[in-house]
Design a protein around this ligand. Structure first.
Ligand code: PEP
Ligand code: MN
Length: 261
């Protein structure tokens, strides 16, 4: 055990791997201001959705390709790696062309094998990390099938993101964690890194800390947390985003117990 965690019990010696940033890229100013604050907290990987698959028409569906140069500026000015969601082969080509470092496949896309296969085909011969969120429905085989399609395209740096599962009954969680599903994924593919997305599981900022702690206790390999410089005014997922200050506070309170299974 490292000295810091003996001297300061409860303060982890090191943080988990964290990907943080707004749900959506909204304006250049919002992306850059948020990114600079997040980078100042020691975060190394920035997230922002520029193509947003929304449940109903008429919502904000993302700024699209105009947001890619904003992400590029984030990388140049802060040194953070940049990541975004791709839902079609065209998104994948555009993101690769713009120098995005990490791609993720969203829950609605993972549930669609044709879309996943088209993305996989677009990534053939490309060396880029790809993270696959669980499908919206609690179907482990569909999740593994999407991971296999990306793996079969030759992607070596593959990871999964647990973001919970939809249900008609909405009680505490926006998406029910059903932790046994990602735990079973780990049993089936032990070498696969699995991150947890407490923002989309909880659906409200108050739940980010306890869900993150639970993920750490279950030995998840990292966290994806939505952070926005003005969460209440966010154009998507306003209830579940936290300021970079609150993000830092949450991460500092996480207890990482070594050896807990
Ligand atoms: C997101 O990460 O902003 C997102 C849309 O998440 P999900 O695919 O998990 O709903
Ligand atoms: Mn979101």
């Amino acid at each position: 055990m490292e000295l810091e965690s003996i001297l300061l019990p409860g303060i982890p010696a090191k943080r988990p791997m964290v990907i943080a940033g707004p749900c959506s890229a909204e304006t250049e100013e919002q992306v850059l201001s948020t990114a600079h604050s997040i980078a100042a907290k020691g975060i190394k990987i920035f997230r922002a959705g520029i193509w947003k698959p929304r449940t109903k028409p008429g919502g904000f569906e993302g700024v699209g390709v105009v947001g890619l140069p904003w992400l590029k500026r984030v990388k140049e000015e802060t040194g953070m790696y940049i990541s975004t969601e791709v839902a079609t082969a065209k998104h994948a080509y555009e993101a690769l062309k713009a120098g995005v470092d990490i791609l993720w496949i969203g829950a609605r896309t993972t549930a669609n094998p044709f879309a996943v296969q088209e993305i996989a085909d677009a990534l053939k011969g490309v060396d880029i990390p790809v993270l696959v969120k669980n499908p919206v429905n609690p179907d482990l085989e569909l999740w593994i099938g999407a991971l296999e399609r990306i793996h079969n395209a030759g992607i070596k740096k593959l990871g999964a993101i647990h973001r919970g599962f939809s249900s008609y009954e909405k009680k505490i969680y926006r998406n029910i964690p059903q932790w046994h599903i990602p735990i079973e994924l780990r049993r089936r593919i032990p070498e696969l890194p699995i991150l947890c997305d407490p923002s989309h599981i909880g659906g409200k900022r108050e739940l980010i800390a306890p869900i993150s702690q639970q993920a750490m206790d279950l030995n998840f390999n990292g966290l994806v947390i939505e952070s926005h410089y003005n969460p209440e005014c966010a154009w998507s997922d306003a209830a579940q985003q936290v300021t970079p200050d609150v993000l830092d506070y949450i991460l500092n309170l996480l207890v990482i117990r070594e050896g807990v299974q």
